[in-house]
Structures are given as structure tokens and as C-alpha cells.
Write a protein that binds this ligand. Structure first.
Ligand SMILES: Cc1cc2nc3c(=O)[nH]c(=O)nc-3n(C[C@H](O)[C@H](O)[C@H](O)COP(=O)(O)O)c2cc1C
Length: 230
């Protein structure tokens, strides 16, 4: 929008605020004043956000205070301590091996009093899982290796997570693969732009849980519980 369009937009948006409307109407024929008030937006300097009081994007007023507050709130919401303490488990599974491991992990976590929300990526739309990931501090991603990559519905979810730029989460991974399991590495690679910390050792399945692997899941649950409660 150019300066004049900004000015007209303000008149429209603040139509219910007679004081602002009067102030803006009083400069209608003063191009230099309109230019000065609308050519840019107030920004933060070393002493915070400062400006002359008045109507306009380049003045200090309710609009700019609201804009700064909204930005600060969005930043705070992305900080690790801001999210509710709990774990979202998102799993993908074709034959049930990964799903079984995800179920066991959920049980072990709940036994330790950790709040858990669990989703099957092949059934639940990514937007619902995304909402839970925004809510909780920790995310467990469990998926089979599929043609050397990550099973498609999980891949889709991870693209969505990175597209939304969800920062400040702690993650753990369960991978599955019958001959060369690489999905944990694949999931971590897809999530690289988010810089998530890892909260537990990765558990690797070869098709299904083998003897002794219950302990791997128990260890993952302990590490996650510690991290959630830290
Ligand atoms: C189409 C297809 C492709 C697969 N590609 C791989 C692969 O690249 N590497 C691997 O180790 N396993 C691969 N697998 C095996 C699966 O990862 C394995 O069956 C796994 O146990 C599936 O997990 P689930 O029991 O949770 O469905 C593939 C399976 C299918 C059906």
C-alpha cells in the first residue's frame, strides 16, 4: 500500500473513533504531513519503541502498541517454557509395529504422570496434530522407513510443522525399518530448520519390538519425563 492508501485505510479502520477520524481529516490536504505519518511503521530502537503521539503508522498510538504486544506475545509463545508441560506422540504405521511402540511409550509416560496426547498421522489431519504440538512442550515422532525415506503421512506432518516455524520444542524419535532403518535421521533432517533439542535416545525397531526393547521404551519414557518435569 502506498502512503495515500494507508491514510485512507486508517480513516476506514478507525471510523468508530471520532477523535482519530477528526485528526486524520484535519490533515487531508497536507501531503507532507500524510507522508510523514504513513511512509513507514514505528520500529524498536535502543530505547524501545518511541514516537510522536498521534494517528498514523509512524506515530505512537493504540495501533502500534497493539502491534508490538502481538509480536511480543507471539515470541513468548515460541519459548520452551511457555508451552504446557506434556508430550505429543505422532506416529505413522503400516503393519502396526510402530503403533505398538507408540502405545507402550504413551502408557509408560502416563504411569509417570506425564500428560500425553497421541495421534496417528494416517488418520488425523496434520492441522490437529500441529495444534497439539503448539500446545505441548515435547513431541515424539515415530515412523517407519519407507523407500529409504520417512513414511509419507509423517513426512507431510513434518513439512507442515516447519512451514509453521514452531520453535522451542524438545523431541524424541522412534524409527522402524525391516532392513535399513533411517527414518529417525530423515525426520531430524526435515525438522532441522526448527532447531529442536533432542530429549531422549532414539529407539530403533526392526519391524516389531524385539526382546529387550520394552526397556528401550521405558528409558525413553524416563528421559522424557525428566525433561518434561525439569
Ligand atoms: C513400500 C515399502 C517400503 C519400505 N521401505 C523400507 C526401507 O527403505 N528401509 C527399511 O528398512 N524398511 C522399509 N520398509 C519396511 C518397513 O519400514 C517395515 O515394514 C516397518 O516395520 C513398518 O512399520 P509398521 O509395522 O509400523 O508399519 C518398507 C516397507 C514398505 C511397505
Amino acid at each position: 500500500m502506498n502512503v495515500q492508501e494507508n491514510y485512507e485505510q486508517w480513516l476506514k479502520d478507525f471510523a468508530d473513533d471520532q477523535e482519530t477520524v477528526r485528526e486524520l481529516e484535519s490533515i487531508r490536504n497536507d501531503a507532507a504531513e500524510i507522508e510523514d505519518r504513513f511512509y513507514t511503521e514505528l520500529s524498536f530502537g535502543t530505547a524501545g519503541m518511541r514516537g510522536v503521539l498521534g494517528a498514523g503508522t509512524n506515530r505512537m498510538n493504540r495501533y502500534n502498541v497493539r502491534r508490538a504486544t502481538k509480536g511480543l506475545a507471539a515470541y513468548l509463545k515460541q519459548q520452551p517454557g511457555a508451552a504446557e508441560r506434556g508430550v505429543v506422540i505422532a506416529y505413522a504405521s503400516v503393519y502396526g509395529g510402530t503403533e505398538n511402540a507408540a502405545n507402550i511409550l504413551a502408557c509408560r509416560l502416563r504411569e509417570q504422570g506425564v500428560q500425553v496426547d497421541m495421534f496417528d498421522t494416517s488418520v488425523t489431519p496434520a492441522s490437529y496434530i500441529l495444534a497439539a504440538a503448539f500446545r505441548f512442550s515435547h513431541v515424539v515422532l515415530a515412523a517407519p522407513t519407507y523407500n529409504g525415506g520417512v513414511f509419507v503421512t509423517m513426512e507431510n506432518l513434518l513439512h507442515d510443522l516447519t512451514a509453521h516455524g514452531l520453535k522451542g520444542r524438545r523431541a524424541a524419535y522412534i524409527e522402524n525399518g525391516s532392513w535399513a532403518p533411517t527414518s529417525a535421521r530423515g525426520m531430524q533432517k526435515l525438522l532441522e530448520p526448527l532447531n529442536w533439542e533432542t530429549a531422549a535416545d532414539t529407539v530403533t525397531l526392526r519391524s516389531a519390538l524385539r526382546q529387550g526393547q520394552q526397556e528401550d521404551l521405558e528409558r525413553m519414557a524416563m528421559q522424557l519425563a525428566e525433561s518434561v518435569k525439569a
